[in-house]
Design a protein. Structure first.
Length: 548
């Protein structure tokens, strides 16, 4: 009896110990407060709080992204609480614990339309069989007797076949129409179901903490980490109202994320840095010269050396699929009031003071960053040897002060979309040149002057002279600056001699001899027409053929 009583007490003690241990472990939720998005990846910052007892505590913090770089995890506590141990895990069942009503309705609708489509296909097959039976019966009835059918019987048979065939054909057309409608509806439902599934079926990151608290108190936690499943890309819009007004340049961004969380009302910052692309400044090693070895010896040496290299692991970055853009609009007069740009030695950071929602489905969210104005010089450009179209160019001097990034730019001129160009932030040119489109009001014509182009034979050589006339006319009611270019060939052979005929070439503004390009820059008055000439000669062996 005493033994049984002692066993009961032991079981009760173990049970109480387990209950106390279970009570010591607390599960709390975290709140996403900030996100700093890089070109590839993002740093997320969460906050949470929990009451702690004096001594050792164990808590589980939920609501983190399941896709993180664990080496970047940082945990901050308050009130002297020390993190003695931590572990990051992923709850893969968190997304399947409950099904949202909207998702359940979509699943039911898909099943209904799949069953309806199956019934329609059955009706179509039955109708096809009836049409086949009708045709076979008609053939057999007409050719069944040796003498054939009489006129009256033949007419009755044909009337029956006509009416029945028409009825079956109408039924088949109706079934085909129902099938097409059902397939379209089913496709749309499946697409919506896929989006809804991504929204609801999400895994959750859990941070398990073992804490030591000096007193019984409430501790606040700040948790930050890097995740590769986010990013942003810059682009620009350039608005030009007229050639006598400054250019308006709007910096924009497309932000996307598939971190497993919906970012709701967070403080957002966009950074031009890329943490995962960190590199070490290179240093020289000794450069040893040696005699060249045969190919098989070099391959053998490369094979031996290949075992000494280690492959670096690169965290995968999920590419977001481009779907319908969702423009985020504000009631404020200008977004500039809420953007704080900060430039350091390594990057540029745009801090946005408006709470943002970025869904975790990978859809790109378009966000305006800054609007700047810059003076531009407008010129008309034509290279008629390549293209007789005349293009309006906008040249922005001192464009480096605008802190532009390499990105596409959508250009609008006088309220009309012109097209897309590209800003190369790594360019070394003093002016940023953008093509605004062609303008037929400034016409250029290039023609060969046959009366002045000659062919001569000098000993064993043949010498040809070519003269071209370029005619430019300004049909606008205002002066325009015109840049006109043409070209003569360059010889790479000793027995082919090319010479620019200066006396037959209109004095130029610039001459690039390495390319053989002549440039004329002048201002044309309204209705003014000007002519330019370029002449060159080519001497080569008369028994040879060259492309001229």
């Amino acid at each position: 009896m005493k033994t049984k009583h002692l066993s009961f007490l032991c079981l009760l003690l173990i049970s109480n110990t387990y209950c106390i241990s279970a009570q010591d472990k607390k599960i709390i939720s975290s709140k996403l407060n900030e996100a700093t998005v890089f070109f590839r990846g993002a740093e997320l910052s969460h906050s949470a709080s929990s009451p702690l007892v004096s001594g050792e505590n164990e808590i589980h913090i939920e609501g983190l992204s399941p896709n993180i770089d664990r080496n970047s995890l940082k945990i901050k506590t308050t009130n002297g609480v020390i993190v003695t141990a931590y572990e990051f895990t992923v709850d893969y069942l968190s997304g399947s614990k409950k099904t949202a009503p909207a998702l359940k309705r979509l699943q039911d609708s898909v099943l209904i339309y799949e069953k309806r489509l199956e019934q329609i296909n059955t009706e179509i097959n039955i109708t096809k069989d009836l049409q086949s039976f009708l045709q076979k019966g008609m053939d057999k009835n007409i050719s069944g007797s040796e003498k054939g059918l009489g006129i009256d019987e033949l007419v009755k048979t044909m009337d029956y076949y006509k009416n029945k065939a028409k009825e079956l054909q109408n039924t088949q057309s109706d079934n085909n129409r129902k099938k097409e409608e059902a397939e379209i509806a089913l496709k749309q439902l499946k697409q919506q179901l896929e989006q809804e599934s991504v929204k609801n079926n999400k895994t959750s990151g859990i941070l398990k903490l073992t804490l030591s608290s000096p007193v019984t108190n409430t501790c606040r936690f700040n948790i930050s980490y890097y995740t590769p499943l986010a990013g942003w890309t810059p682009y620009y819009e350039m608005n030009i109202t007229s050639t006598d007004k400054p250019v308006q340049i709007i910096s924009k961004s497309k932000v996307r994320q598939t971190t497993g969380l919906d970012w709701e009302k967070i403080k957002l910052a966009l950074s031009t840095s890329a943490p995962s692309n960190g590199k070490t400044a290179p240093l020289f090693n000794a450069w040893f010269l040696d005699f060249s070895r045969p190919l098989h010896a070099r391959k053998e040496m490369m094979l031996q050396n290949s075992f000494s290299y280690e492959r670096a692991e690169v965290l995968p970055v999920e590419e977001a699929t481009v779907e319908d853009d969702q423009e985020i609009q504000y009631t404020a007069s200008t977004i500039n009031d809420y953007i704080t740009p900060y430039e350091s030695e390594l990057n540029m950071v745009y801090t946005i003071d408006i709470p943002y929602n970025i869904p975790g489905n990978g859809k790109e969210q378009n966000i305006n960053l800054q609007t700047k104005e810059a003076n531009a010089e407008y010129k008309y450009y034509c290279a008629p040897k390549l293209d007789t179209e005349t293009y309006l160019l906008a040249e922005i001097p001192d464009w480096q002060r605008l802190n532009l990034m390499s990105a596409p730019v959508n250009i609008t001129y006088d309220g009309t979309y012109v097209g897309e160009s590209y800003i190369d932030a790594g360019s070394t040119h003093e002016k940023l040149a953008l093509t605004l489109g062609s303008d037929k009001r400034v016409s250029v014509k290039r023609e060969k002057m046959h009366d002045y182009s000659t062919t001569k034979f000098i000993g064993s050589d043949k010498k040809q002279e070519f003269i071209y006339k370029l005619t430019v006319r300004n049909n606008q009611n205002k002066p325009v600056k015109m840049v006109l270019k043409d070209q003569y060939p360059i010889s790479t052979q000793k027995n082919i001699v090319v010479e620019l005929l200066s006396k037959n070439t209109t004095p130029w503004t610039a001459h690039v001899e390495s390319l053989g390009v002549i440039t004329w820059e002048e201002e044309l008055q309204p209705g003014e027409t000007k002519e330019y000439r370029i002449g060159y000669s080519v001497k080569y062996p008369k028994d040879s053929n060259i492309n001229l």
